[in-house]
Ligand binder design. Structure first.
Ligand SMILES: Cc1cc2nc3c(=O)[nH]c(=O)nc-3n(C[C@H](O)[C@H](O)[C@H](O)COP(=O)(O)O)c2cc1C
Length: 379
């Protein structure tokens, strides 16, 4: 297949030529330039069509799934945090992702923490993230998403990741809940927002993490239930919880109108992270990429075993290849997402993963991905 050859060439060019140059610049600058370049180019007539031609594959029935009335042409999506403001969804859709998250967005706009927000750990294949929920605010972002036409998105479901505003004005549990509810109401009747994800696990925000405790989560989900959202709602789990604490949260979650869980967010614990790079104590933030993989996989497995019939699982954390994605699927994830893998491996990665999954299903004798979900989730 000619596309496979092109993707290999793109990967080679990215990993050996472009990435070394990008990694000489500050990660904050690379990220903001990437977003502004992509949002410029996606408006140039013919550009997204060209990107689609190179990266997108024809829809494959073995990978197509429907969850909660939302159709996913393949299980590979972009995780929350890359396109915080929903500026580049058309180009993300053209790149071979089958769905994408926008956000995390908050009720009020927020500038985020003092820069730098990002720090690279090249040998560990990880980023230290300390952005602090910078975003344009949910009102402006939801308006932007509403302006995307069917031909911009082409059956590309957008998940809106919702957090609470990182501000001294949003400290108490009540203020936090009002913040989530404000954004959820704004998103309620928006046809371009197909699912809503509650990011309860953003570290380094004002007010701490009340919603990663069962009592706080119960109050938040009761408030979200009362809005009667049309879209399915997911909860994004923290990754560093011990299994009993995770179970406490999942027991709360299944008592509410929650369709599924996204497993999981950034890793907080540096001492157990098996870092291959020096990480100065002065660098604040939490880890993406490889250090999240095993933690996320174990939580996916446990969640699937106990709640797999009730909750749909989106698996995220440390996916750099089709094998990594397939591992999460076999442990119980129905869909997978990534960010760091694309930063380290290049823009062809989602297409390569989709292609690789197709081939792995064939090798294992499965006609459809649903047959592989959870087959390795043993006690
Ligand atoms: C640059 C960056 C920004 C992120 N921002 C958010 C965010 O705003 N909301 C959120 O739920 N997760 C955020 N995350 C976490 C990712 O969505 C994901 O859970 C985590 O990075 C693990 O996936 P990965 O190893 O594929 O990057 C961010 C991650 C990165 C790398």
């Amino acid at each position: 297949m000619i596309r496979r050859v092109i993707w290999r060439i793109v990967r080679f060019g990215y990993v050996y030529l472009i990435k070394p140059l990008l990694f000489m610049m500050s990660p904050d600058n690379v990220h903001s330039h990437t977003i502004s370049q992509m949002s410029f180019w996606q408006n140039v007539p013919g550009f997204t069509a060209l990107v689609r031609l190179v990266f997108q594959q024809s829809s494959c029935s073995a990978l197509k799934q429907q969850y909660h009335n939302v159709t996913f042409n393949s299980p590979v999506g972009l995780s929350a945090g890359f396109d915080k403001n929903g500026e580049i969804m058309p180009i993300i859709a053209s790149l071979g992702f089958s769905f994408g998250e926008v956000g995390s967005v908050t009720a009020d706009s927020c500038e985020g923490n003092i820069r730098p927000w990002f720090y690279r750990l090249p040998k560990t294949r990880s980023l230290v993230v300390n952005a602090g929920l910078n975003n344009h605010g949910s009102e402006a972002i939801i308006k932007r998403l509403a302006n995307y036409s069917d031909s911009d998105l082409r059956e590309f479901p957008i998940i809106l990741s919702v957090a609470k505003t990182n501000s001294q004005k949003v400290i108490s549990i009540e203020q936090g809940i009002n913040d989530y509810v404000t954004t959820a109401r704004r998103a309620k009747n928006q046809p371009n927002i197909k699912m809503i994800e509650l990011n309860i696990s953003c570290p380094n925000a004002y007010g701490g993490e009340d919603f990663t405790k069962p009592d706080g989560l119960e109050l938040l989900l009761t408030a979200i239930d009362s809005i009667n959202l049309k879209q399915p709602v997911f909860v994004k789990m923290p990754v560093n919880l011990d299994l009993l604490k995770a179970k406490d949260l999942l027991d709360v979650i299944v008592g509410h109108k929650i369709a599924g869980v996204t497993i999981a967010n950034l890793a907080k614990n540096r001492t157990t992270a098996n870092l291959k790079d020096d990480l100065p104590l002065s660098v604040v933030g939490n880890l993406s990429g490889e250090p999240t993989r095993d933690l996320s996989n174990e939580l996916i497995r446990r969640t699937f075993l106990e709640y797999g019939k009730r909750l749909t699982i989106i698996g995220v954390g440390g996916i750099f290849s089709a094998d990594d994605a397939y591992e999460k699927i076999k442990l119980g994830a129905s869909l997978v997402e990534l960010i760091t893998g694309m930063i380290f491996e290049g823009p062809q990665l989602p297409s390569q993963i989709e292609d690789g999954l197709r081939r792995r299903l064939q090798t294992d004798g499965f006609n459809h991905i649903s047959q592989a979900i959870g087959i390795d989730a043993k006690q």
